[in-house]
Design a protein. Structure first.
Length: 276
């Protein structure tokens, strides 16, 4: 008897059983044919992994000879082929034969990580301004996930929200190569500005420099929107002020807030208007 998390799908059931179902758990689609010997080997291994997973992901199998329209829809040009769906979209795919070790790695990459609710909680608390509680939740997630990059990035953000440039900088300068590395790099100008002792000094004879340093002081106190207003005022007068540092800090603060913040989109638009 076939385990309930392993199913055969066709053109009629694909939308419900794969696309929609992937909002509940990851779905790995295994495309195969009876004449394809590597497919048989890989399909057996995938079925074994699915059984061992005890329902943590669904394995959906497609016989491409019987489901030609569906194979065309999925742009299957060679076999064996696998695609992983999460939240209704393809998040990973591979064409060719994979060893058991690499198949397990493929599946592991799409599985929900331990304590992912903690990360969601921490990110939500940051948006609400509850930084101490956010830090606690994110710290727990980082420990449970053994230092996953998404947790490290969130921790750097909550440090910057609290003005702790030193802690953020230490983490960001050794950030692992990962999909989150680009966002981490965008945070670096903020962390470096926060720890620069020169920028803590008061300047009276240069309005732009005074405005820049005041914006940093506000940002370190968690008043990011007011800080962004100050930085934007500088950029409207000189878009390359401090050789682009002001722009980099502005973009970095938007990255601290993330696109989930309701005001970030407007501030990006305001920056575009100021620059162009």
């Amino acid at each position: 008897m076939m385990p309930i998390n392993i199913i055969d799908v066709n053109d009629e059931t694909f939308e419900v059983e794969v696309v929609h179902y992937s909002a509940q758990m990851p779905v790995v689609v295994d495309m195969w044919a009876q004449w394809c010997i590597p497919c048989r080997v890989q399909s057996q291994t995938l079925a074994q992994i699915a059984q061992e997973a005890n329902g943590e992901f669904r394995l959906a199998r497609i016989n491409v000879d019987e489901q030609t329209r569906l194979a065309e829809r999925l742009k299957v040009t060679n076999l064996p082929a696998i695609k992983a769906f999460v939240d209704g979209r393809v998040v990973a795919e591979y064409v060719g034969i994979l060893s058991e070790k690499n198949l397990r790695m493929f599946v592991d990459r799409i599985m929900p990580r331990a304590g992912s609710l903690l990360l969601f909680k921490g990110n939500s608390l940051m948006l609400l301004g509850e930084y101490d509680e956010a830090e606690e939740a994110i710290e727990q997630y980082v420990l449970q996930s053994h230092g996953e990059p998404d947790g490290l990035l969130a921790y750097a953000r909550v440090m910057l929200y609290q003005g702790n440039g030193s802690a953020a900088l230490e983490l960001l300068e050794q950030f692992p190569i990962s999909p989150q590395a680009e966002a981490a790099s965008a945070l670096l100008p903020v962390a470096r500005a926060f720890v620069d002792p020169e920028l803590t000094k008061t300047v009276l004879d240069d309005p732009r420099e005074s405005a820049f340093r005041n914006a940093l002081r506000l940002a370190k106190r968690g008043k990011l929107l007011i800080a962004l207003d100050g930085l934007l005022g500088i950029l409207k007068k000189d878009k390359n002020y401090r050789d682009g540092q002001v722009k980099a800090v502005y973009l970095g603060l938007l990255e601290v807030m993330t696109d989930d913040h309701p005001d970030v989109r407007q501030y990006r638009s305001d920056l575009s208007t100021a620059l162009f």
